[in-house]
Write a protein that binds this ligand. Structure first.
Ligand code: 9YW
Length: 428
């Protein structure tokens, strides 16, 4: 039995490498062939994490190529466009017009939004697990100043609520685009109709009205010249997301350990960790979980989603809060009533939809983040269930974009990079 499992693992590992090699452009990994032909921000951080134990240099190249898209403001864009297929995805460079902005990089076209700041944690993961120590240390020294700029940007231009958290200004920035956590905020926007359509969008993706609102939000921000004052005073969507901020906090913790390697002072990040933790507890904690705060409407999201567990990534989160979160996570609201970890939306919610992206299906990256959270809080049984359940999903259905949480069948794109990369990490 044991050797059979070992053979299966080896075959799974080979399949994962084949997907990553097929999606490799020579300097970056695209999320999936066809639908996503460019470099996506948090996708690349998960790819770097998956490669970290096996290929230090390639893991580093993944982050370096992404950070080549960083703006002078410190913002790391959510898409860095591949020059050849530039208009093969909508919205492409002609919509974002990054080059019209004086702080954008000259060499590449990018979007004007960001995504969850997992970069410092990914760099820490490479540094912690690298077989090639010298390459890892050189990488830390090279990337550290860029991460400082990214974190400064979040702490200044994105603290739109003034309470110490970073706000997302578009659902795309959460990485969990169609999560029900944004429904109420989107519904509160003025009605819009827009001619744009995403050509290859699957029919079950999202209702038109939501996509039109996504476009209106993106264009409003672009037309302001990507102005931080516009975001603060006028932009109609500003949400403090617990997953985005939990990831930010975990990345600040990573920077406290990377600072001495880079010859820098860890002090500012120790303070940032305390500040973000207090703000999360004060501003987002409600009824046993963390909830997204809509800064424009001044209310917390009534829906409990996978994002509510993001602050569990904080090693210093008080034990009683972690225990409450784990109770909800293991209950019939999430893992307790699903065949596979972890539904992206609470099963009992009216908005739960087992077949629609972030409205119900299980995702390998979210499972990996929760497994990491279980590990930092010394919850080995939970970590094992999350790791084994995720491997069961990819073994049975392949490296799909997401999975039905009840029967484990695959959904969305095939040969999805982060599903393959994080499998390599789970197999280690
Ligand atoms: C989109 C690339 C991206 C991910 C997001 C995921 C999806 C793209 O694909 O969004 O706008 O259609 O929700 O997390 O980064 O894989």
């Amino acid at each position: 039995m044991e050797s059979r499992a070992a053979v299966d693992d080896a075959a799974l590992g080979r399949e994962a490498w084949a997907v990553l090699d097929a999606n490799w452009t020579g300097s970056a990994t695209v999320p999936a062939p066809g639908l996503y032909p460019h470099q996506w921000n948090w996708d690349s951080t998960f790819v770097a994490i998956g490669l970290a134990r096996w290929d230090t240099r390639r893991a580093g190249t993944e982050l370096i190529s992404l950070l080549a898209g960083q703006w002078g403001t410190g913002m790391v864009p959510h898409i860095v466009f591949h020059p050849v297929h530039a208009e093969g995805y909508f919205p492409g460079p002609s919509v974002w017009r990054s080059r019209d902005h004086p702080a954008s990089p000259h060499a590449v076209c990018t979007s004007g939004l960001t995504q969850p700041p997992l970069h410092a944690l990914a760099l820490w993961w490479i540094w912690r697990h690298a077989a090639d120590r010298d390459t890892a240390v050189a990488l830390v020294r090279r990337l550290y100043p860029m991460l400082v700029a990214q974190h400064d940007y979040l702490a200044t231009s994105r603290d739109l609520g003034g309470g110490g958290l970073a706000a997302i200004v578009h659902p795309w920035e959460s990485g969990m685009d169609d999560s029900p956590a944004w429904d109420a905020s989107l519904e509160a926007l003025p009605p819009v109709r827009h001619a744009y359509r995403r050509s290859e969008e699957p029919a079950d993706r999202r209702p038109d009205s939501r996509h039109d609102r996504y476009m209106a939000l993106a264009l409003g921000y672009r037309d302001s010249g990507y102005d931080p004052a516009y975001l603060r005073d006028e932009h109609p969507f500003a949400v403090e997301d617990p997953m985005f901020n939990g990831i930010w906090l975990a990345s600040c913790q990573a920077l406290t350990e990377l600072a001495p390697v880079a010859g820098a002072d860890a002090g500012p990040y120790r303070e940032a960790v305390e500040r973000i933790r207090s703000a999360l507890l004060e501003r987002l904690w409600d009824d046993g979980v963390f909830r997204a705060r809509d800064l424009r409407e001044g209310r917390l999201s009534p829906v409990c989603t996978i994002g509510c567990f993001g602050p569990m990534l904080d090693q210093g989160m008080p034990g009683e809060r972690v225990a409450e979160l784990v109770r909800v996570l293991e209950s019939a609201r999430f893992m307790g009533a699903a065949g596979y970890p972890v539904p992206s939306c609470e099963i009992r919610a009216q908005q739960f939809d087992r077949s629609c992206y972030w409205r119900g299906p299980s995702w390998v990256n979210a499972n990996w983040l929760l497994r990491r959270a279980a590990a930092v809080h010394d919850l080995p049984a939970l970590a094992r269930v999350l790791g084994a359940g995720t491997l069961r999903l990819v073994r049975q259905a392949g490296f799909r974009e997401c999975f039905d949480p009840f029967d484990g069948s695959g959904r969305g794109s095939r040969d999805f990079s982060w599903s393959a990369a994080l499998t390599l990490d789970l197999l280690a």
